[in-house]
Design a protein around this ligand. Structure first.
Ligand code: A2P
Length: 267
């Protein structure tokens, strides 16, 4: 054990980075984003996740969090739900600038460009906080080097839950590093429990064909399209089934194919 204590009550466990919170933004009573300092030695691929914890117990609770910032960013960003009585998020939602967050050293994950065969169009399917790995990928120039077009879909219960993604997409245009690629990104937001311009689950909108009509795009085919999926267990299952109906095949880091699924966040 590293016995250095700093501003926390418990020693920092071995094998973790202790980083400092640089900003916190609350979006709704269920959603917030925070940013932390990035250790100089920490490398990751856009779309990967890490294990995050707090130095508030002898054996801290760690949970998988997608890194929402791109691999070139000098800080690390995370987008989190607040679970009532959740062992980590009940405390994490109270963090302030200057607090310490623990991060295990090894990033991993399947939502990486390397796990997909080259293609023309990349579809990113997300619900709720499932947008986080895509927030990393759609801010990474490498994504646009590999795909001519990126379609980010996010389905949420309520309109207010779309704001994180909408703000990021709007900011992308002014980004000095990736702004020039912004024209390659399409953003399709849908809401299921409030009135909104686009309503319904993305799975239903694919089976009816409405999403393709709304975007003016052809149906998904393995010749041109690639997919990445991040959401709840039910959403992963149903979206995977839909992509398989279109003829796509699930790949992995060691076996790239036409779509990939992240299962790290599923209970
Ligand atoms: P719905 O409101 O119809 O359940 P949750 O917060 O439960 O994870 O849901 C986030 C969003 O994902 C909601 O809009 C929800 O729609 C939608 N959703 C839930 N289950 C699925 C599924 N199996 N396929 C596609 N979307 C889903």
């Amino acid at each position: 054990l590293d016995t250095s204590k700093g501003d926390h009550d418990y020693p920092i466990p071995a094998g973790v980075f202790a980083e400092t919170v640089t900003s916190v933004d609350h979006y709704t009573d269920r959603l917030f984003k925070f940013r932390i300092t990035r250790p100089a030695s920490f490398r990751f691929r856009s779309g990967e996740f890490v294990m995050i914890g707090l130095p508030n117990a002898e054996k801290p609770v760690f949970r998988a969090y997608s890194i929402a910032s791109p691999s070139w960013d000098e800080e690390l960003e995370f987008y989190s739900i607040k679970v009532p009585d959740g062992p980590l998020t009940e405390h994490l939602q109270k963090i302030k600038v200057g607090d310490t967050v623990l991060m295990r050293k090894k990033p991993t994950g399947t939502l990486v460009n390397d796990a997909l065969l080259p293609g023309k169009r990349l579809w990113m399917f997300s619900t709720g906080t499932g947008i986080a790995p895509f927030a990393s990928l759609f801010r990474d120039p490498e994504t646009y080097e590999k795909f001519d077009e990126v379609v980010l879909t996010q389905t949420c219960r309520e309109v207010a839950e779309l704001r994180y993604g909408q703000d990021l997409v709007a900011e992308l245009k002014d980004d000095p590093l990736v702004g020039e690629f912004a024209h390659g990104l399409r953003h399709y937001c849908t809401v299921t429990r409030e009135d909104y311009r686009f309503q319904g689950r993305i799975t239903d909108l694919m089976s009816s064909g409405k999403v393709f009509d709304d975007l003016g795009l052809p149906l998904i085919t393995p010749d041109t399209d690639r997919g990445m999926i991040c959401g709840s267990m039910d959403m992963l299952r149903d979206t995977k089934a839909m992509l398989e109906q279109f003829g796509l095949i699930e790949g992995a880091n060691n076996r790239p194919d036409t779509f990939v699924v992240e299962r790290a966040f599923v209970d």
